[in-house]
Design a binder for this molecule. Structure first.
Ligand code: PLP
Length: 453
C-alpha cells in the first residue's frame, strides 16, 4: 500500500531546478537529461510531485531487493545512528562482526572472510588485487557482454561500450566470449554445444595468453546489465575446472545476481560452483546505506595471514551500512524473500512474460529466473535483428524510447538497456503487483510491435 500524498508540483519544480543547477549525473550528457523529481517511495512503488505513481520494475539499479522503506531496516539504521553512528575500520565493532557472520553463513563453500567496501566496483577492484597478489600474476580475463563497475580496473573488465572512453588497453584485461545461445558467438544450436564451445574458446584464450600470466577469471554468475544470460548447464563448472588446472583465481561477481535476486541467496548455488572470491553489494542491504564486499576463500585469506593486505577504505564495514545489512538479511529470512523470489519467477513472472512473447512479435526471447528477467526485443524474430542497433543513441534508439514512454504512461518504470527490457522488480513483489507490471508491459509491447518488420 502506498500512503496518499498530495501532489506538490511547485516543490517538485524546486527540486528539479536545484538538481539541474548543481547535480552532475552519472553516464550522462548533462545538458540533455531531464531527471524525474521523486517525492517518495514505499515497497515496489515510487511517486513524483505531480501525483504520478510508478511500479518500479528496475528496483532502483537492481538493488532494492526488499523494496523501498522497509520499516525494520529503516528502524535498524535509526537505532544504530543513535547508538554508534560510525567507527573506524581497524576496530572490532559488534554490528560489523554480525554482518560479516551473517553474510559468510550464506555464501557458498569456504568463502568465510568478508572484506567490506562501499559498493560493487570497489569490491571488484579488491578481488582483482587479491587475485594478483595471491598468484603473483598480472592478467585478468573477463567476458564481453558484462558489467563490473565504473572504477579503473572494474570498467576495464566491463564488456559493454561504457568501457571504451576509459580503456587505455593497458589494464591487464583480456576479454573473451561467454556463452549466449540466442546470439551465439560460436554458431551453436544447442545449449550443450554452446557450453562446450565456450569452454574450448576460454581454454584457447588462456593457452594463447600464457596460463602462467593469468591471475583471475572474473565472471558475473549470470550477467545482469548485459542481458541476464543464464549460463548453460556445465559452463561454470567447466570454468571452475579450468581455473583449478591452471592455478587461476575464479572470481564470481554477484553484485547484481546475489542476495535473493535469482531465488537463491547467491546465483552460484544454481550451478553448484564455489568460486575463490565472490563480490557482492546492492541486495546485501537493498542499498539503504552504501555497502559492498568480497567474500574470500580460506586459501586466499591465508595468503594475508602473515603478510599485510595492501588495501583499505575509510568506511570499510561502516556501522550504519552493516546495521542495514544485518536487518535486511533477517527480514529476508523472516519473510522468506528468497523463496518468494523463486516462487514469483516460476509461477507469475516467467509464465506471464512467456505468454507476452507468444502474442507480441517484438519479443525475440524471454530468459531469466526469480526476480531477474530479460526480454530481448527484435525487429524480426526470424533474423533476430535487434529492435535497435547495438549501442544505438538518438533517433536510432527511438523505438526503445517509445516503448519506455509507453511503459511510464501505463504506470510502470522500466529497465531499458539497448534492445532489451528487464523485469527486475523487488524480490518481495506481490503476485498482484507482478501482474500489474505484466499488464503494463503488454500494453507497451504493442508500441514496440509497430517497429517490427
Ligand atoms: C555485476 C555488477 N558488478 C559490479 C557493479 C558495480 O557496482 P557499483 O555500481 O555499486 O559500483 C554492478 C553495478 O550494476 C554490477 O551489476
Amino acid at each position: 500500500m502506498t500512503p496518499h500524498v498530495e501532489p506538490d508540483p511547485q516543490a517538485g519544480a524546486a527540486v528539479k531546478a536545484a538538481d539541474r543547477a548543481h547535480v552532475f549525473h552519472s553516464w550522462s550528457a548533462q545538458g540533455l537529461i531531464d531527471p524525474l523529481a521523486v517525492a517518495g517511495a514505499e515497497g515496489s512503488y515510487f511517486w513524483d510531485y505531480d501525483g504520478n505513481r510508478y511500479l518500479d520494475f528496475t528496483s532502483g539499479l537492481v538493488y532494492t531487493n526488499i523494496g523501498y522503506q522497509h520499516p525494520r531496516v529503516v528502524e535498524a539504521i535509526r537505532e544504530q545512528a543513535g547508538r554508534l553512528a560510525t567507527f573506524a575500520p581497524a576496530f572490532a565493532v559488534d554490528v560489523r562482526s554480525e554482518a560479516a557472520r551473517l553474510i559468510a553463513e550464506r555464501t557458498p563453500g569456504d568463502l568465510d572472510k568478508i572484506f567490506f567496501t562501499n559498493g560493487g566496483a570497489e569490491a571488484v577492484e579488491n578481488a582483482v588485487r587479491m587475485a594478483r597478489l595471491h598468484t603473483g600474476r598480472a592478467k585478468v580475463l573477463s567476458a564481453y557482454r558484462s558489467y563490473h563497475g565504473a572504477t579503473s580496473t572494474a570498467i576495464n573488465l566491463t564488456g559493454d561500450p561504457r568501457r571504451w572512453p576509459s580503456d587505455t588497453g593497458s589494464a591487464g584485461v583480456v576479454h573473451f566470449w561467454a556463452p549466449f545461445l540466442y546470439r551465439s558467438p560460436f554458431y551453436s544450436s544447442t545449449q550443450a554445444e554452446e557450453s562446450a564451445r565456450a569452454l574450448q574458446h576460454l581454454e584457447d584464450t588462456i593457452a594463447f595468453e600464457g596460463p602462467q600470466t593469468v591471475a583471475a577469471i572474473v565472471l558475473e554468475t549470470i550477467p545482469g546489465t548485459a542481458g541476464i544470460m543464464t549460463p548453460p548447464p556445465g559452463y561454470l563448472a567447466g570454468v571452475r575446472e579450468i581455473c583449478d588446472r591452471y592455478g587461476i583465481v575464479f572470481v564470481l561477481d554477484e553484485v547484481m545476481a546475489g542476495f535473493g535476486r535469482t531465488g537463491a541467496w547467491f546465483a552460484a548455488e544454481h550451478y553448484g560452483v564455489v568460486p575463490d572470491l565472490m563480490t557482492f553489494a546492492k541486495g546485501v542491504n537493498s542499498g539503504y546505506v552504501p555497502l559492498g564486499g568480497v567474500a574470500i576463500s580460506a586459501e586466499i585469506a591465508a595468503t594475508f595471514d602473515r603478510r599485510p593486505y595492501p588495501g583499505g577504505l575509510t568506511y570499510s564495514g561502516h556501522p550504519l551500512a552493516c546495521a542495514a545489512a544485518v536487518a535486511t538479511i533477517r527480514v529476508m529470512e523472516d519473510e522468506k524473500v528468497v523463496e518468494h523470489a523463486a516462487h514469483i519467477g516460476e509461477t507469475v513472472l516467467g509464465p506471464g512474460l512467456r505468454e507476452l512473447a507468444e502474442r507480441h512479435p517484438s519479443v525475440g526471447e524471454v530468459r531469466g529466473l526469480g526476480a531477474f528477467w530479460a526480454l530481448e526485443l527484435v525487429r524480426d524474430r526470424e533474423t533476430r535483428e535487434p529492435l535497435v542497433p547495438y549501442n544505438a543513441s538518438g533517433g536510432a534508439a527511438a523505438p526503445m524510447a517509445a516503448f519506455g514512454a509507453a511503459c511510464k504512461k501505463n504506470g510502470l518504470w522500466p529497465f531499458i538497456n539497448m534492445n532489451r527490457t528487464h523485469a527486475v522488480p523487488a524480490c518481495n513483489i506481490t503476485e498482484a503487483e507482478a501482474k500489474e507490471g505484466l499488464a503494463a508491459l503488454d500494453a507497451a509491447l504493442t508500441v514496440a510491435d509497430e517497429h517490427t518488420v
